[in-house]
Write a protein that binds this ligand. Structure first.
Ligand code: AMP
Ligand code: ZN
Ligand code: FE
Ligand code: FE
Length: 299
């Protein structure tokens, strides 16, 4: 098996399709990953798994290995937003799908309210935003695209930096499952929970307290996505998480967080080692990877 994953590198475990806030269909995401040289990939749309079948089918055509994933919107104990990657969950698990449905439903009034607030200062309507969303998972990136289409900003980055950043009067925090509950939900669905870009969005210089690390490990946190371009925002916090990862024997991943045209991140710009992917597969019981046509048991 190990030899198989060596042959199936590079491994990129965090990519988004237009079913959430990427701009490519699941098929196009797989093609973009393949063109960048990626040979094993996970589709990790926000709070939904509906792209798995299409992405897995395209992976089969391109002789790539597919890992089912999702990125859950959760809230930390201090109320801050935390993204939790969930790998190889059972996508039909009742508790997990109910929690996701609630989060997805709550995104709609949130976006409507943000659009309403923006419309006081910019010509923009709810229909403009809906036009940008290709699925059930709507978020600020769709609002960003609507603002670009209306000519108010030039790039998604400018929208996030200048207009709807977290301190702006237009911003409303996204609804999320409390992190402790989310980790338990993912384990309950047979999946492996890994915090996405853990030092990318918080306060620069913030260090996770040791008691928190102990608690998260007890509840079942599997690991951290440490190789991600946004983690560079907090080098001290990142160094601390690397120490914790060694001490608590956590899984460490690296991934691109590709969003098509909505982010500069390119497939394969950060990668996960075969050893770490094997650990994810070994710890999961919810679903299995869809291996490339090559049979892993004979490799
Ligand atoms: P929301 O949950 O609706 O607040 O939107 C969060 C999404 O916006 C995440 O999936 C990020 O990928 C994306 N995002 C956050 N900051 C930026 C940024 N500076 N540029 C582009 N996309 C961003
Ligand atoms: Zn996203
Ligand atoms: Fe994220
Ligand atoms: Fe993401």
């Amino acid at each position: 098996m190990q030899a198989f994953f060596r042959a199936q590198q590079p491994i990129d475990l965090h990519l988004h399709s237009s079913l959430s806030d990427g701009t490519d269909s699941p098929t196009e995401v797989v093609r973009a990953a393949h063109a960048a040289g990626v040979r094993t990939m996970a589709l990790t749309d926000h709070d939904l798994t509906s792209g798995w079948a299409e992405a897995a089918a395209e992976c089969q055509r391109l002789d790539m290995t597919f890992i089912g994933g999702m990125e859950l919107t959760t809230r930390g104990v201090n109320g801050g937003g935390i993204h939790l990657l969930a790998y190889l969950v059972d996508p039909t698990d009742a508790a997990l799908t109910a929690a996701c449905a609630e989060v997805l439903a709550a995104r709609v009034p949130r976006l409507q309210e943000m659009t309403q607030r923006l419309s006081a200062d910019y010509a923009i309507s709810w229909d403009d935003v809906l036009e940008q969303s290709g699925g059930d998972s709507i978020g600020r990136p769709h609002l960003a695209s609507a603002m670009i289409a209306r000519g108010h900003v030039e790039t998604v980055g400018e929208f996030f930096d200048r207009i709807v950043h977290k301190e702006s009067k237009y911003y409303i925090p996204s609804p999320g499952i409390p992190i402790i509950e989310a980790i338990a939900l993912v384990r309950g669905a047979g999946g492996v929970p890994i915090t996405a870009h853990p030092t990318g969005r918080g306060v620069p210089g913030h260090m996770m307290p040791r008691e928190m690390m102990v608690r998260l490990k007890e509840i079942g946190l599997g690991g951290f996505e440490l190789d991600h371009r946004e983690n560079a925002n907090n080098p001290q916090g990142l160094a601390r998480l690397r120490e914790y990862a060694r001490e608590f024997d956590l899984i460490v991943t690296g991934s691109s967080d590709y969003h098509g045209g909505r982010k500069p991140n390119r497939p394969g710009e950060n990668t996960t080692s075969p050893e770490m992917l094997m650990r994810i597969i070994d710890e999961s019981t919810g679903s299995a990877p869809v291996y490339s046509a090559q049979d892993p048991s004979t490799a």
